[in-house]
Design a protein around this ligand. Structure first.
Ligand SMILES: Nc1ncnc2c1ncn2[C@@H]1O[C@H](COP(=O)(O)OP(=O)(O)OP(=O)(O)O)[C@@H](O)[C@H]1O
Ligand SMILES: [Mg+2]
Length: 552
């Protein structure tokens, strides 16, 4: 066939003629140079931006991370195994975005917002950038509202405020996740929206967790973002950013959000894996140098916004797993220094039956104190000190009666405080009930009860308060701590303590040697109560050790 150059020119001209300069879109297209382990190198995307989404065949999404002089290193989401050398890669011009919105509530999704729970599509059209610049100082205000966990040990001594970043750190199987879940359950009716980000956990664990939340009516205001252990590193890397973006949707609409990152150690592992594959230079413990920046960028997005911006808040509870309690490893030290305090959990305490197994001595909350309600602040004032004194002297306990009276008293009090702060899983306590229990414990009302019976007494306190002192509970819950309230509380607690009965006299000696073992059996409460009623009580009024410390 003869081709006439004029013909070709005229065809080309006719094609170009109708073209309006503005309507043409220019896409930059590159080709895959190499692909392995969920990472690819692309040639020909000179203008790609960091964190830009890339379009690949088979619905695979790429994320440009390494911008080098002759190629772009990108991580791949989706069925990256289908990508081969020479495939075309298109720039999208958009930075990575995550679907957000109300529709995600009650769902388990992957970091790209795709459902994992078999519950159908997530119907939302809104998106937010995965990486978002954290608000500056001017846009913030100090943390001032409490974010109650429902756990006595935390709300009394390590209070967390809305907008705070509080680290939960400890070895494996020390109850880290349990604290986060109890917090979510405790806030099911407080207008707090929770996002739980599971990184590198088994999918069965995540499903069981969702089931727990469902049983406790907390699933409807929770979003679960899961990047399971068997997922590729890029997916795990994305998970906290996705969760954060989803929480930010609520934050910037003036609401309150809680974001749990469980856990950032595995996130750091995923980032290390990705970075080594991308051939970034390894640093300490083979992590890339910017792993600190990675986590600080993420946690800095937790905020209490000022009122002009709606006053919303996002609280972050990152979780870090340590190896044999080594808090001085690289990732733990990093995250400790980024957060506003840490809750440190210890296997030794956990195994000795302290639940939650919090080491009070090295756990702190640097900003939450301002957010604590007044009554709690007052009654818990001495708690931390008394517990620390007890831990100091604990080793001497074996000397028993050889110790001086003061030491014995500190030990007896400490034992009871530890028992009083114990709390089972999934049993978050409203703050008013916490105040009543902590008040009783720190004001000597438990000193004349055997340690074994302390939980039964505290349970009695709460049920009696619910039945007979509802108005007092409401006042305390609302933060009132006037002299009348204190007097009413003291009267109520002593009355309940009297009803409950004592096992020990003022000196801490058993009232009756035969009765003591029977009394120690806390389960046989009514029986023991009858037993006590049969005994002539030498002193009906309890004589608290330090009656005025609360008023101080
Ligand atoms: N307050 C509690 N009372 C009773 N049991 C608890 C309490 N807190 C945690 N547990 C139990 O301790 C175990 C470990 O808890 P959890 O899974 O929360 O720990 P973890 O530190 O998150 O573990 P992992 O390192 O595997 O993530 C669980 O079996 C849980 O039921
Ligand atoms: Mg866990």
């Amino acid at each position: 066939m003869q081709i006439n150059p004029d013909e070709i020119t005229s065809i080309l001209k006719s094609r170009i003629e109708g073209l309006d300069a503005g309507s043409a879109t220019l896409t930059e297209v590159g080709t895959v140079l190499s692909v392995a382990d969920g990472i690819c190198r692309v040639h020909g995307l000179e203008n790609a931006m960091s964190f830009e989404m890339l379009d690949l065949p088979h619905g695979v999404v790429g994320l440009a991370l390494n911008l080098e002089s002759d190629n772009v290193g990108a991580v791949l989401f989706g069925e990256w195994q289908k990508i081969v050398e020479g495939d075309t890669v298109k720039r999208t011009g958009r930075l990575l975005e995550i679907p957000v919105g109300e529709a995600l509530l009650g769902r388990i999704v992957d970091p790209l917002g795709r459902p994992l729970d078999g519950g159908g599509d997530v119907l939302t059209s809104e998106t937010r950038p995965a990486e978002f610049k954290a608000p500056g100082v001017v846009q913030r205000q100090p943390v001032k509202e409490p974010m109650q966990t429902g756990l006595k040990a935390i709300d009394s001594m390590i209070p967390i405020g809305r907008g705070q970043r509080e680290l939960i750190i400890g070895d494996r199987q020390t109850g880290k996740t349990a604290i986060a879940i109890d917090t979510i359950i405790n806030n099911r009716n407080t207008g707090l929206v929770s996002v739980y980000v599971a990184i590198g956990q088994r999918m069965s664990t995540v499903v069981a967790l969702a089931e727990t939340l469902r049983e406790n009516d907390a699933i409807d205001n929770t979003i679960i973002v899961a990047a399971a252990a068997d997922e590729a590193a890029p997916i795990k890397f994305m998970a906290p950013y996705a969760g954060c973006a989803m929480a930010e949707y609520f934050l910037y609409s003036g609401r309150h959000a809680l974001c749990v990152y469980d856990d950032l150690t595995k996130h750091a592992y995923a980032y290390r894996q990705m970075s080594l594959l991308l051939r970034r230079p390894p640093g300490r413990e083979a992590y890339p140098g910017d792993v600190f920046y990675l986590h600080s960028r993420l946690l800095e997005r937790a905020v209490k916004l000022n009122d002009e911006l709606g006053g919303g808040s996002m609280t972050a509870l990152p979780v870090i797993e340590t190896q044999a309690g080594d808090v001085s490893a690289y990732i733990p030290t990093n995250v400790i220094s980024i957060t506003d305090g840490q809750i440190f959990l210890e296997p030794k305490l956990f195994n000795s039956g302290v639940r939650p197994a919090i080491n009070v001595g090295i756990s702190v909350s640097r900003v939450g104190g301002n957010a604590q309600i007044g009554p709690m602040k007052r009654v818990a004032g001495r708690l931390k000190l008394e517990l620390s004194q007890y831990r100091d002297l604990e080793a001497f306990a074996q000397f028993g009666s050889d110790l001086d009276a003061d030491t014995q008293r500190t030990l007896a009090r400490g034992e009871r405080l530890v028992k009083a702060l114990n709390q089972g899983e999934r049993q978050p306590l409203p703050v008013a009930d916490q105040v009543i229990q902590v008040y009783a414990a720190t004001n000597g009302f438990v000193d004349r009860i055997t340690v074994e019976r302390v939980p039964a007494f505290l349970a009695d306190l709460v049920s009696a308060a619910h039945a007979r002192h509802q108005d007092l509970r409401e006042k305390i819950g609302a933060g009132e701590w006037s002299d009348e309230t204190q007097a009413a509380l003291r009267a109520a607690v002593s009355e309940i303590a009297d009803d409950f009965g004592y096992d020990l006299d003022e000196e801490g000696q058993p009232l009756d040697d035969d009765a003591a073992p029977a009394l120690a059996n806390g389960a046989a409460r009514s029986a023991s109560q009858n037993g006590v009623a049969a005994q002539p009580e030498p002193e009906p009024e309890p004589e608290p050790d330090r009656p005025e410390e609360v008023a101080a």
